[in-house]
Design a protein around this ligand. Sequence first.
Ligand code: ATP
Length: 195
Amino acid sequence: MRTAVFGGSFDPPHNGHLALCLYARELAGVERLIVSVSKNPFKALADASDDDRAAMATLLVAEINAAGAFAEMSGWELRQPGPSYTIDLLRHVAALHPGDDLVLLVGEDSYRQMPQWRESREIAQLCDIAVFGRSGSVLAVGSCGETLPPATLIDFDMPVSATEVRRLAAAGQPISHLVPPPIAAYIASHGLYRV
Ligand code: ATP
């Protein structure tokens, strides 16, 4: 089975994440998708808690699965005692699903940081990497030279970020055009991102 891993802080999940996951099923042939909520060591006071991010990622997964179930939320990284690294998550998924073809889904901004990731060469040996274009990225993918691991580049342009959603929510402005309705409702009912 082709299993994809999509990690993020999901603070909050937004329409870019949703579209990326649905694209992955169509374009990267993903049959199982693991949406993993990462730790947020740089958490600011107004950022959502681990529990809220996990709850919103569960709502994201429900939205993804509305088009046919293939995704699951994982809180494995949040339960690890130390810092969480993508290589450890991938080894965990490989042990859970032996024999599966693994593919890591990343946005272009994350991909360009991969040379700084722990064991990035081992990541590329363990899985395929599918990179989704991200508008606003300063460099085109590939322009960093050979330090970037081999990857499949997917043409993708969804100009939305969690930073922008948090900024609007903090200002009391509408976010319903940027996040799925259940996540907008969760943010409102839990008063998230209000400073
Ligand atoms: P923040 O604005 O807080 O940095 P974010 O919008 O980048 O958050 P994350 O949860 O950090 O959201 O992202 C998880 C993954 O999804 C990363 O690989 C990121 O590059 C990718 N991603 C997020 N939004 C988009 C988007 N609009 N287009 C393409 N990739 C995206």
